[in-house]
Design a protein around this ligand. Structure first.
Ligand code: SF4
Length: 213
């Protein structure tokens, strides 16, 4: 399995924000978001080929029963990611799967112990045309749909998507790179978007734009 990094930190995004979590970042992605902050996990050769047993061993070594499987796009290695999720589920772990809204998560990620955290890419990313809205509708009330918002056009797009689709999942608006959190908050309040949570990226507030946190 191609692994970019494994580390222990606080969950920086979404409804589990602030919770201690082991992160397993899988290498490779088939999207190229304009604002991607993990390009080291998208392109190049900066990864380790690891056996499943060794990955599980490293996760266990942190002594924390919450894991975030992220990327890159983890579902590029869907079969391997699902095998990892099955083992972690058997071991009693809570899982967050961070994925973009263009790949169907395998059955291993639809258990009660897993939050599917799906991105709806807005126009500013350049990847909005790749999204599969049918996947957004499958998300459960405990899952989350996240919009990373880079300006007015992205905000209006996100607003339209949530007004035109019956999204059951939690809805997160997050400013690109932490810029414009105040503006986003004001707009959500002015528009009375009652179902939207406006959230920062906590790890960037705590540690800046660093790798492995
Ligand atoms: S989907 Fe994620 S990892 Fe892939 S290019 Fe976009 S931000 Fe980067």
């Amino acid at each position: 399995m191609k692994i970019s990094e494994i580390f222990f930190s606080l969950q920086g995004e979404g409804i589990e924000i602030g919770l201690p979590t082991v992160f397993v970042r899988l290498f490779a992605c088939d999207l190229r978001c304009s604002w991607c902050d993990t390009m080291y996990a998208v392109e190049g050769r900066d990864f380790k080929d690891m056996r499943l047993d060794d990955i599980v061993g490293e996760i266990l070594s942190y002594g924390c029963k919450r894991v975030c499987i992220t990327g890159g796009e983890p579902l590029i290695q869907a079969k391997e990611a699902a095998a990892l999720a099955e083992i972690l589920t058997r071991e009693g772990y809570s899982i967050v799967l961070e994925t973009s809204g263009h790949k169907m998560p395998p059955p291993a990620f639809w258990g009660d112990n897993t939050v599917i955290s799906m991105d709806c890419k807005c126009p500013g990313s350049g990847m909005d045309g790749r999204m599969d809205f049918g996947l957004f509708l499958m998300l459960r009330p405990g899952d989350q749909l996240k919009f990373v918002i880079g300006g007015d056009a992205d905000y209006e797009y996100a607003k339209k998507v949530i007004s035109e689709n019956e999204i059951q999942a939690n809805i997160i608006f997050q400013p690109v790179g932490g810029e414009g959190l105040g503006m986003l908050t004001e707009r959500v309040l002015a528009d009375r978007l009652e179902k939207v949570r406006v959230l920062p990226q906590l790890h960037k507030i705590l540690w800046g734009n660093k790798r492995g946190v």
